[in-house]
Design a protein around this ligand. Sequence first.
Ligand code: FPP
Length: 250
Amino acid sequence: MATSKASKVKLDPARIPAHIAIIMDGNGRWAKRRFFPRVAGHKQGMQNVKTITKAASRLGVKVLTLYAFSTENWKRPGSEVNYLMRLPVDFFNDFMPDLIKENVKVEVMGELDDLPPQTRQASEKAMADTANNTGMILNFALNYGGRDELVHAAQKLAKQVQEGELSPDDIDDRHFANALMTGFLGDLADPDLLIRTSGELRISNFLLWQIAYSELVFVDDYWPDFSPAALEAAIAEYQARDRRFGGLKK
Ligand code: FPP
């Protein structure tokens, strides 16, 4: 069900989802509706990353994972790809003082070696500049694909087997989870809540392993319009769900 109820809701502060992941969709349609070029939607989308980062941090979210660029987004026109690759540079330039003030720790996961040098350097600098922050982790998925991540995890484990460090029979959920790009998040690696904006009802190769038991909330707002009130409404919907993880109702 797609919802966009953004009226004031009452949240249980003890049950704020520890890890929220967001597929930030609808920038292009937001721009088109206003007769703007698509990239204007991405620019507004970047502004909204700041707004939602602050809102999530203040609500007590521990990890916010944002899908900023997929391994499939290279198929877009070169001018749009170039613009999207420039966004992290601008974002970190503008927003670093606020990120430090909010005690937010930046992480960037994906095929970072294939990014343009400027994008990669800006990402690495943001991670280094916030490495000692102890608040919310703002985790960008940049040049990230869920299948690519699974393939690399399998390769990593196969190498460990080949080098005699691991026996195939010992490979379990925990080994696999640790070999994924989210391994560094430990117990927080799996999102409690996955939100997709813009009314599309798809996962689009995002966190395929990690969302096995995530609660999914689809909202109609285009990403640039997704407000802190809409975030709270999505959390309220999450809090109304009964999470059973394959077990029975408590
Ligand atoms: C999907 O909308 C959005 C993207 C592919 C890019 C998301 C990027 C941002 C929101 C900005 C990221 C900011 C930082 C700091 C990295 P779409 O273009 O597919 O929209 P459409 O479906 O309406 O065409």
